[in-house]
Ligand binder design. Structure first.
Ligand code: GLC
Length: 534
């Protein structure tokens, strides 16, 4: 029997990611802000989300749009003030919405006072807070490590004659997490926000935190093909997922556990068997190591089935699953799969076992927007152009209504509004009973009222390339989910005689109360949820 009350909020709720620059601008500077998020809390409440994760809002020179932090315990004026943050936190809590903030502990901005001091002299007390090495024998970088954003991960600093390591931009030097003072400083940053009342952290690139202490060269990646992301030329063996990272994470988790009922999510791009190690051994890892499998998966029933099997089988006994369809770094779901399958994907995300994370605008079916070259912002695209790595297309302003600038701002926004905003926006979709937004709301509503769909057990049925089906159950309530992943009609026949009941939701939102008995006919690109009645 699944007793919904024995689950924590982050097991039962839906997380909604806000990219604050692009959510809602209240002070007419073209960039979203904290009062903008506050203004839209009622929308989020209406949608039914239980927690928001807000990408970084800390003071930053914005070389990587907030993922380069120059002060961990303040708010950048472009987003507002600490008072705005407190007001937002209170208003969210008043509505029963939890607030998760981004923690970026792997690197700071090069303008952070810690790095300014570190680079000022080899004798600076902060020197070893970062990763400094002498030049290699030829005067070049100390080893072959590559930056995610192109080129060597080492930048030479003439003042002190050494190189510093940066997994991302030269403007994002990596902290040295082997140094106790760095650990303590970051723990205090966490306490600063936890004391203010935040409900948890999404920890940026957590699998990067520790690098090889012998600075060995990364091995070549034999599977690399020309034209791919250059970072992939090497395997990140010595720069990521080092065994020592788990002690560091345990230290962070201990800080989280000083407070009641807070959450630690880790951003981790690793294969399933490595990903699940980030749950830790027993309560000393991340509560939720983000599971990005649905972002890269081939969209067919066999691949989805084997991925879910592998993930469920790999989870440690204390590991609660989670699923993510999109984020601020990846092509949008509606672009990856098309508008029709985006509806099926919504049903999958919101009926799988495990906490779902939605990315703002995906509930509208927002697509990757075309960005004119002169408006390009993402440093990744600038450094490694032409390979489709840039993330501006997935960060365009939220489309609230059909007024100029989509109701996002009074002025031209920092990134252009996607050209479809007049047809695709919250105001229009809220009044259209068949919109994707209406589907998301119905799915969230059903998930929140049916423990079977939320925290119940998961058992999958035989899959084909076209159709993927499974059963969710809690106590006597048992649901069939059948998803047609193809653009052709599909007739499914189940071997089990218990598979009969009543459809309670179709992705087309027009098929309630229809009965089925061991057989279901799915229209092209249709998914259904059926209550089994025995
Ligand atoms: C994470 C963030 C990404 C950022 C990078 C460097 O992957 O999600 O947006 O650019 O870390 O901080």
């Amino acid at each position: 029997m699944t007793d919904a009350t024995s689950f924590r909020w982050w097991q039962q709720g839906i997380i909604y990611q806000i990219y604050p620059r692009s959510f809602c601008d209240t002070n007419a500077d073209g960039v979203g802000d904290l009062p903008g998020i506050l203004k839209k809390l009622d929308y989020l409440k209406w949608l039914g989300v239980h927690a928001v994760w807000i990408s970084p809002v800390y003071p930053s020179p914005m070389a990587d749009f907030g993922y380069d932090i120059s002060d961990y315990t303040n708010i950048d004026s472009v987003f507002g003030t600490l008072q705005d943050f407190d007001r937002l936190l209170d208003a969210a809590h008043d509505r029963g919405i939890k607030v998760i903030v981004d923690l970026v502990p792997n690197h700071t901005s090069h303008l952070h006072p810690w790095f300014v001091s570190s680079r000022s002299s080899r004798r600076s007390p902060k020197r070893n807070w970062y990763i400094w090495r002498d030049p290699g024998p030829d005067g070049g970088p100390p080893n072959n490590w590559l930056s995610n954003f192109g080129g060597s991960a080492w930048t030479f600093d003439a003042l002190t004659g050494q190189y510093y390591y940066h997994a991302y931009l030269a403007a994002q030097p990596d902290l040295n997490w082997r140094h106790k003072d760095v650990q303590e400083a970051m723990h205090n940053v966490m306490r600063f926000w936890l004391d203010r009342g935040v409900d948890g952290f999404r920890v940026d690139v957590i699998w990067h935190l520790v690098k090889d202490d012998r600075f060995r060269d990364n091995p070549p990646n034999r599977a690399y093909k020309p034209g791919e992301w250059p970072y992939k030329k090497l395997l990140a063996t010595y720069t990521t997922d080092r065994p020592e990272v788990h002690d560091i994470i345990a230290g962070m988790r201990a800080v989280i556990d000083e407070y009641e009922d807070r959450l630690m999510i880790g951003e981790i791009y690793l294969p399933i068997e490595r990903l699940v190690t980030y749950y830790g051994v027993a309560g000393d890892g991340c509560h939720l190591p983000f599971n990005f499998q649905l972002i890269s998966i081939s969209w067919n029933g066999l691949a989805i089935g084997s991925t879910i099997d592998a993930y469920e089988a790999a989870l440690p006994p204390h590991g609660w699953p989670n699923w993510v369809l999109g984020n601020h770094d990846k092509s949008r779901i509606a672009t990856r799969l098309g508008a029709k399958q985006a509806r099926v994907a919504a049903m999958l995300l919101l009926t799988l076992r495990g906490t779902p994370t939605l990315y703002y605008g995906d509930e509208l079916g927002m697509e990757d927007a075309a960005i004119p070259p002169e408006m390009l912002k993402d440093p990744w695209e600038r450094n490694v152009p032409g390979l489709g790595l840039g993330r501006d297309p997935v960060r365009t302003p939220m489309q609230w209504n059909d007024s100029p600038h989509a109701g996002f701002s009074q002025v031209s926004p920092w990134l252009p509004v996607a050209s479809d905003y007049r047809q695709r926006n919250v105001a229009g979709a809220q009044t259209d009973p068949y919109s994707l937004l209406s589907l998301y709301r119905a799915l969230i509503g059903l998930r929140q009222t049916e423990p079977a769909l939320n925290v119940g057990t998961f058992r999958r049925l035989e899959a084909t390339t076209e159709v993927f089906s499974y059963i969710r159950q809690a106590g006597p309530r048992c649901f069939l989910i059948a998803l047609n992943l193809s653009g052709k009609p599909a007739k499914v026949t189940y071997a089990e005689s218990s598979i009969r009941g009543i459809i309670c939701l179709s992705t087309c939102l027009d098929r309630d109360e229809e009965r089925f008995d061991k057989q279901i006919e799915l229209r092209p690109d249709e998914g259904i949820i059926g209550l089994l009645t025995n």
